[in-house]
Design a protein around this ligand. Structure first.
Ligand SMILES: NC(=O)c1ccc[n+]([C@@H]2O[C@H](COP(=O)([O-])OP(=O)(O)OC[C@H]3O[C@@H](n4cnc5c(N)ncnc54)[C@H](OP(=O)(O)O)[C@@H]3O)[C@@H](O)[C@H]2O)c1
Length: 277
């Protein structure tokens, strides 16, 4: 999978939200299981970016050096930090992004990241002046080659279309929660397809318990000799998404990665794609 400007991306991302003190050990386990891409954020309330960094130090000693891994982190605005802001909340927004990015580099013991993502726009309706200031600061990090690609998360179709139309640099990735009831975020994925933006889907399992429990999903799982979770991940990959998993279970880490060992038929893709429509 490649971005529109030719950066190669892995086919699965290991997500590190909500892992707290277990972050370091779980990241090591995930890489041992075969993950090469890690997603985090400089948002202390939900992520331990420093725990990811600790894991990277241990992995480097085992020969898994920085260049062998794809690292993605995020800028989270003051509103998303719940009072525990890892940069000067009174600084200008441009300075906030610069400080947050520098703090991410320190946490991760690196001088660059592979992907830097705006965690979410400031408002629901459209993009406001704050979003444009953040995006310009993120574009500058990309221009300075401190991040290979840039992206946006928790974005609506309307906001993404506006960003694509007006930004100097279009996002290379979008990261959204992906619900089957919206045709698996069909509208946002259509804009991504139009602009050749890589769509990263999260909560593919936790947002879709009805799909995992559906007899049609179980029948497909039986045919391919896998579990329902793997069917959902494989569906995501085959329709062009880059899935995230946040599993804490070593067997599930292997199972999730092994989702690409089977192929769903066009009819099965249609079944899963329209299951809750
Ligand atoms: N941008 C954002 O705002 C945002 C928001 C949320 C998440 N994220 C990112 O996305 C990542 C993933 O989050 P998520 O919501 O998709 O996942 P998640 O909440 O971490 O949950 C994955 C769930 O699926 C289960 N699971 C995974 N593989 C399984 C398998 N093969 N069989 C059965 N159960 C399985 C896990 O249980 P076990 O632990 O028992 O396997 C866990 O309960 C996060 O860590 C974070 O990096 C981003």
């Amino acid at each position: 999978m490649k971005t529109y400007d030719g950066v190669e991306l892995p086919s699965f991302l290991y997500g590190t939200a909500w892992k707290k003190d277990a972050t370091k050990d779980l990241v090591i386990q995930a890489v041992d299981a075969g993950f090469t891409a890690i997603d985090t954020a400089n948002q202390l309330v939900h992520y331990s970016e420093a725990g990811v960094g600790d894991a990277l130090l241990t992995l480097a000693k085992k020969g898994v050096t920085r260049d062998k891994l794809f690292l993605q982190t995020k800028f989270t605005s003051v509103g998303g930090q719940r009072g525990n802001t890892p940069y000067d909340a009174n600084a200008s927004i441009t300075a906030q992004v610069q400080q947050s990015f520098e703090s991410s580099l320190k946490h991760l013991h690196t001088d660059r990241v592979d992907s830097y993502v705006l965690h979410g726009p400031y408002y629901r309706g459209g993009l406001g002046p704050e979003d444009w200031e953040v995006w310009a600061a993120i574009e500058e990090l990309h221009r300075a080659k401190k991040t290979r690609i840039i992206g946006i998360s928790n974005v609506s179709a309307h906001q993404l279309a506006e960003l694509c139309a007006k930004a100097k640099t279009k996002p290379m990735v979008v990261q959204n929660r992906c619900y089957a009831v919206t045709g698996w975020d069909h509208e946002v994925r259509a804009i991504c397809a139009e602009h050749r933006i890589v769509y990263q889907g999260f909560s593919l399992l936790t947002a879709n318990p009805e799909v995992l429990g559906d007899p049609r999903c179980h029948a497909i799982a039986k045919r391919v000799g896998a579990g329902p979770a793997q069917v959902v991940f494989r569906f995501a990959q085959q329709v062009g998404m880059l899935p995230l998993t946040g599993t804490t279970n070593p067997q599930h880490m292997k199972d999730d990665l092994a989702s690409d060992r089977f192929t769903l038929t066009p009819e099965e893709l249609e079944t899963v794609g329209s299951m809750l429509l």
